[in-house]
Design a protein around this ligand. Structure first.
Ligand SMILES: [Zn+2]
Length: 204
């Protein structure tokens, strides 16, 4: 009898574990875009982090030229190694998500930890998305632009951040032209926010 009760209890517990989380996805939810894990770029383990709750989305470009045919994963690994090295001594790669020229999205640091910036603004509470490349000089590849829009919508939905919080690095700092004039143009004319909202409204 005792054994039977135990197995019933175990069954109930297992059922609880199988049930969907309380913040259940709505019929329209789900990933808006595939995101490759840190293992895809051979990430080193992070050092202890400063925690944060992300409340806004801020877009960067990485700032160094990247040939569209270059190995993006290798580049991301190099960014982490530089950021955690003697130059910066950061806890991890500075960005939460990174987008390759071909539109592949890679996971960066944990979104519940504050990112890093080389300029004067405090990125606490910001979810930092970056496009690889120097978009002051290079044109934005269409696949990278499309992935950015989908990632913004995904982050807005996943972290419950209003899409209207969207901004770019240069909106917070006078020391930079980041995310580069060729990408910034799509923010200035409202294209990126409009497309991200359309995705969130299921109009795409
Ligand atoms: Zn930046």
């Amino acid at each position: 009898m005792k054994l039977r009760n135990t197995s019933l209890l175990l069954g109930a517990l297992l059922c609880l574990q199988c049930s969907p989380p309380k913040k259940a996805a709505t019929a329209t939810a789900g990933p808006l875009v595939p995101i490759l894990p840190r293992s895809a770029w051979g990430a080193a383990e992070a050092k202890p982090y400063r925690p944060q709750v992300p409340v806004r989305i801020t877009v960067h470009h990485e700032g160094t030229r990247l040939d569209p045919s270059a190995d993006a994963a290798k580049k991301i690994f190099a960014i982490q190694r530089w950021g955690m090295g003697p130059d910066r001594k950061w806890a991890d790669i500075p960005y939460h998500f990174l987008i390759a020229p071909d539109g592949t999205i890679y996971e960066g640091r944990n979104p519940n930890t504050a990112g890093e910036t080389a300029t004067e603004y405090d990125p606490s509470g910001h979810l930092l998305l970056t496009c690889l490349g120097n978009l002051e000089e290079q044109e934005v590849p269409p696949a990278q632009l499309a992935a950015l829009v989908r990632l913004i919508a995904h982050c807005s939905r996943t972290y419950n951040i209003p899409a209207d919080s969207l901004s770019t690095h240069r909106d917070h700092s006078k020391q930079t032209t980041c995310p580069g004039k060729n990408l910034y143009a799509y923010f200035q004319d409202g294209y990126i926010l409009r497309e991200a909202k359309a995705l969130l409204d299921n109009r795409r």
